[in-house]
Design a protein. Structure first.
Length: 282
């Protein structure tokens, strides 16, 4: 009996140890490029090529100062904040309203509308870039932030509606019934009762959309030509010269551009984890 328990413990420990090794290896693979990028932001070109993995002198902030003062990085950063912020707000507002209606109200065609939203998950919008460009041109939105915002909202709504609908359906109906008995309006029920409960799902939807929008290079390249309207991924390409590139300045720009998303994820990590595990425990 003791031997069987030992062998079972060893087998369990072996599988747990293997899983831990895989997870540690995956973490190293994922974090290594970020670490190298941050180290390179504090090095000169010569140091980057001679010792790319060595610890830099973190007091050497010349690259960061040059990015902030001698380039249009601040302008690109503000454009990214405006486009990403406006897109996320519209995605969450419209997606939550649509998901609440689909999850809580029974009406003819509700399933067809939900399938219509879910169909957006299967259609890559980049395949329709030519008719999309023609449509934006006819609307006079080419070379405008509104073109990016409308596109990002259209691409983000299917995911948001899918996440929010499933989460709202899992909430008990008794909460709304009690509020209706107290005389609360539908808008009041949604704002005061449902929104606080679906906050974890909203965080998941926000993070799910904010990363691809912040890092997107394709649509700004197609719809934005004015240098004053370029976002960070597109604007950082101007740091690469035709005959030479100051890699220290480029890596400094990349580090500063990744910092807002990292800080946002750290700030919302608890809500994100709560949303991911909301259905695991009854």
């Amino acid at each position: 009996m003791i031997r069987e328990n030992r062998s079972r413990t060893l087998r369990t420990f072996g599988w747990d140890g293997l899983i831990q090794i895989v997870l540690i290896g995956n973490s190293i693979v994922m974090l290594a490029p970020i670490v190298i990028m941050v180290f390179s932001a504090f090095k000169t070109n010569a140091q980057i090529f001679q010792s790319p993995f060595a610890l830099p002198d973190f007091t050497h902030v010349g690259n960061l100062v040059r990015v902030w003062t001698e380039t249009d990085f601040v302008r690109y950063l503000m454009n990214s904040f405006i486009v990403t912020g406006a897109s996320i707000v519209l995605i969450l507002v419209l997606g939550t309203m649509a998901a609440y209606a689909l999850a809580r109200y029974e009406f003819r065609g509700s399933n067809a509308i939900l399938l219509f939203f879910l169909a957006g998950l299967t259609l890559p919008l980049k395949l329709a870039v030519i008719p999309l460009f023609i449509q934006m041109r006819d609307l006079g939105l080419v070379d405008s932030r509104f073109s990016l915002i409308f596109i990002y909202v259209a691409t983000g709504l299917p995911t948001t509606v899918f996440i929010m609908t499933g989460f709202i359906r899992s909430l008990p109906n008794e909460l709304e019934d009690a509020a209706r008995m107290d005389g609360a309006s539908e808008a009041r029920i949604m704002w005061s009762i449902m929104l606080p409960l679906v906050r974890p799902a909203m965080v998941i939807a926000a993070i799910q959309n904010v990363v691809p929008i912040w890092n997107d290079f394709f649509f700004p390249l197609i719809f934005i030509q004015n240098n004053d309207l370029k976002t960070l991924p597109q604007g950082l390409t101007t740091f690469m010269g035709e005959f030479g590139t100051d890699w220290g300045v480029l890596f400094s720009g990349l580090t500063l551009s990744a910092l807002p998303i990292i800080l946002l994820y750290i700030a919302l990590s608890r809500q994100f984890i709560n949303g991911m595990t909301a259905g695991a425990i009854k």
